[in-house]
Design a protein around this ligand. Structure first.
Ligand code: CP
Length: 327
């Protein structure tokens, strides 16, 4: 099937077909090999991408900035608190102007109920591709890197048992974008997905329903449980990670009582023993060590978190190459 990537927005992987995602993974692997061999890949020479961040970032910012440099282009980091957005400039005006200056616009905006809408408004007015660098609903850059990593480790993903498990964290009320992206994406590759969380930490009903539809179309399954041990049992991959109770309570404030009552949802060596003997531990990072996960797990032989983070670079470069360059 022919796909036109040039100019395509990258806001949710749900907007990309299986064939398009497969091509994205192939290009990512190609770029990874070139990087390892020191072969230059100047596919985006003299092209500029603007990288707008409403929130902090380590991996996303640096994989995009290093990535565009390795492709021969330039990335402009924009802390939105220093832009006229802070004085109320609207998404339309920002998108039109940045489109005239460069070749791509990336944006992270995780504000609940507003982030995805803001990025889609940018895309509505932009004449260059818009990249979601994480919003309140989706983190497609992370999802692509996760899929690439699992494929590298396992190969054919059909029948792979992957458990997306809520975990306790003490820092801040984190978005649901990583687990929602994963639960939508993995069943499209025939994986058997278990989504486990304590009562009150639901993902949106429409998301879980769509995940089931994705599973039905591609031979995967989606199981929802509030039993943490059930999620670890016999899993090939576990992804224990915190997310906020946004669906049941839209306040920015952490719900202290609900959170503290679920402190036992921590990935431990004992729980990992319930999983498959070759189980792999994944986390998008940053991890809240000793709250979400014991050091002995994240630093242990089952952990593939650094391989997963490394693939952020190659998938980011592939997304930019296909949509900002190419045919
Ligand atoms: N996983 C991820 O998006 O990391 P950053 O928040 O550091 O970008």
């Amino acid at each position: 099937m022919q796909s036109i990537f040039k100019g395509k927005h990258f806001i949710s992987l749900q907007d990309w077909s299986r064939d398009e995602i497969d091509t994205l993974l192939e290009v990512s692997l190609d770029l990874k090999k070139s990087f390892a061999m020191g072969v230059p890949t100047p596919y985006l020479s003299y092209k500029t991408i603007f990288l707008m961040f409403f929130e902090q970032s380590t991996r996303t910012r640096n994989s995009m900035e290093a990535g565009i440099a390795q492709l021969g282009g330039h990335g402009t980091f924009l802390d939105t608190s220093t832009m006229q957005i802070a004085h109320g400039e609207v998404a339309k005006d920002t998108a039109v102007i940045l489109s005239r200056y460069g070749h791509g616009i990336g944006c992270r905006n995780c504000c609940w109920g507003a982030g995805n809408k803001y990025i889609r408004e940018l895309a509505k007015w932009s004449t260059v591709p818009v990249f979601n660098l994480q919003c309140d609903l989706y983190h497609p850059m992370q999802g692509a890197a996760d899929l690439m990593t699992i494929r590298e480790k396992i190969g054919d993903l059909r029948g792979t048992r992957v458990s997306i498990i809520w975990a306790y964290a003490a820092s801040h009320k984190k978005p649901i974008s990583v687990p929602l992206t994963q639960v939508l994406l993995f069943p499209r590759y025939g994986m058997d997905v278990t989504l486990a969380y304590p009562e009150g930490y639901d993902l949106p009903d429409w998301g879980v329903k769509q995940a089931g539809v994705n599973a039905g179309a591609h031979g995967g399954t989606v199981t929802v449980t509030h039993n943490m041990e059930e999620a670890y049992r016999d899993a090939h991959i576990v992804i224990p990670k915190n997310w906020g109770s946004w669906v049941t309570n839209q306040s920015d404030e952490v719900q202290g009582e609900l959170l503290e009552s679920n402190k036992s949802w921590k990935c431990t060596e004992e729980l990992m023993k319930l999983a498959d003997k070759d189980v792999m531990y994944m986390h998008a990072l940053p991890a809240d060590r000793n709250n979400e996960v014991e050091d002995s797990v994240i630093d242990g032989p089952m952990s593939i978190v650094y391989d997963e983070a490394e693939n952020r670079l190659h998938t980011a470069k592939a997304v930019m190459t296909l949509t900002m360059g190419g045919k």
